[in-house]
Write a protein that binds this ligand. Structure first.
Ligand code: SF4
Length: 364
């Protein structure tokens, strides 16, 4: 057979067209990411600081409005960088002041953020994943298996969108990664988002006001200390048997390993750890449980947040009576633990994490 050599015609593709194919979302860019993009465009590195200033300080989300940049630079930027934020598809306000936001994060998926006011702070609870694979038995989000890990842009976008909806005299003071998903199951994007949130070129939120909460993914916990942000651990069990029953991750990383990682965090940061402890009727709420919990945590500088279970359909768990909750709290306090009773907020707006998302999906 004749060997036919077919030479394909050379098509000249402009570098701008090529680069636009890998357009990146601005809200997922760190300073060095943006500098690299600018260098690729043949621009000076210092332009990155100028762009961050326009977006994060002056809240300008349109390159054409950035008046101190040359016109041709402003025209080129949208070919490389996308300035779109996740869209708010639902916004609910509770009678107690709590607000819930549902965000479209693409691929037909959505996540929730919750804004929680208290006397001295305004806390935003952020999601890191759509669904979750950790399978905690009491958790509503766990029913929606992991569908998507969010990008840093999706995470920063939640913070920025909520900030834009606040009254001029309001400011989010604290950020907690306690929404949908296990943040340490998506560590690269979560810690990139944290860098953008705390850096002075970014959103400038103090590291001490950012908390990462984990179900106990021990191998990734060092990253919380490394980022110098606060650590919260969802404990929910006073021994391995009970914890493994409600949190299957405990079978892989039992209490001995989890508490060793907590000690390591304290050694590195000298910051107290917050242990979260959900009170489940007949499972984690007895006086003996309170005593065992104190014994387990007393050698670690910490505070314990006790959270009476927030009932949701088909969970199979119940909320203990107010008397049981009080007795549990009193026992821990009597033994010398620093305890805080977390109030259930936003009961009228699908308080359980992931509930608003599930309800929205059922309807649409
Ligand atoms: S409690 Fe957190 S880690 Fe556990 S399943 Fe729910 S979202 Fe995941």
């Amino acid at each position: 057979m004749e060997n036919l050599e077919v030479s394909s015609p050379l098509i000249a593709i402009s570098p701008l067209v090529l680069s636009s194919k890998i357009k990146q979302n601005f809200f997922g860019l760190t300073l060095s990411d943006l500098e690299n993009i600018l260098q690729g465009m043949g621009k000076e590195k210092f332009r990155a600081q100028q762009l961050f200033k326009w977006v994060y300080e002056k809240r300008t989300f349109d390159f054409s409005q950035m008046s101190n940049l040359a016109k041709n630079f402003r025209d080129e930027l949208p070919l490389f960088i996308d300035l779109s934020l996740p869209k708010v598809i639902k916004h609910l306000k509770s009678v107690d002041g709590t607000q819930k936001f549902l965000f479209d994060v693409g691929d037909g998926e959505s996540v929730e953020s919750v804004l929680i006011p208290s006397d001295d702070r305004l806390t935003l609870c952020i999601s890191s994943e759509v669904g979750c694979n950790m399978a905690c038995k009491f958790c509503f989000t766990a029913k929606q298996k992991l569908k998507k890990r969010l990008t840093a842009a999706d995470i920063v976008g939640q913070f920025l969108q909520v900030s834009l909806l606040l009254n001029p005299d309001q400011r989010i003071s604290n950020i907690v990664f306690m929404g949908m998903g296990e943040p340490l199951d998506n560590p690269d994007e979560v810690f990139k988002a944290i860098e953008i949130l705390h850096s002075d070129w970014g959103m400038n939120v103090s590291r001490k006001k950012i908390t990462v909460s984990t179900s106990g993914l021990v191998p990734e916990m060092w990253r919380v200390a490394h980022a110098k942000v606060r650590l919260a651990v969802s404990l929910n069990g006073y021994n391995d048997e009970v914890r493994s029953q409600v949190m299957p991750i405990n079978k892989k990383y039992p209490l001995k390993d989890l508490l060793a990682a907590c000690r390591e965090y304290y050694k590195e940061t000298k910051e107290k750890i917050t242990f979260e402890y959900v009170l489940l009727q007949g499972i984690t709420d007895s006086i003996e449980a309170a005593r065992a919990l104190h014994k387990l945590t007393r050698s670690i500088p910490c505070k314990i947040n006790i959270i009476p279970f927030n009932e949701h359909p088909d969970s199979g768990f119940h909320r203990p009576s107010d008397e049981t909750v009080k007795a549990f709290q009193q026992e821990l306090t009597f033994l010398g633990s620093q305890v805080l009773l977390r109030k259930t907020m936003g009961r009228d707006i699908f308080a359980a994490c992931g509930q608003l998302n599930a309800t929205y999906k059922k309807k649409n």
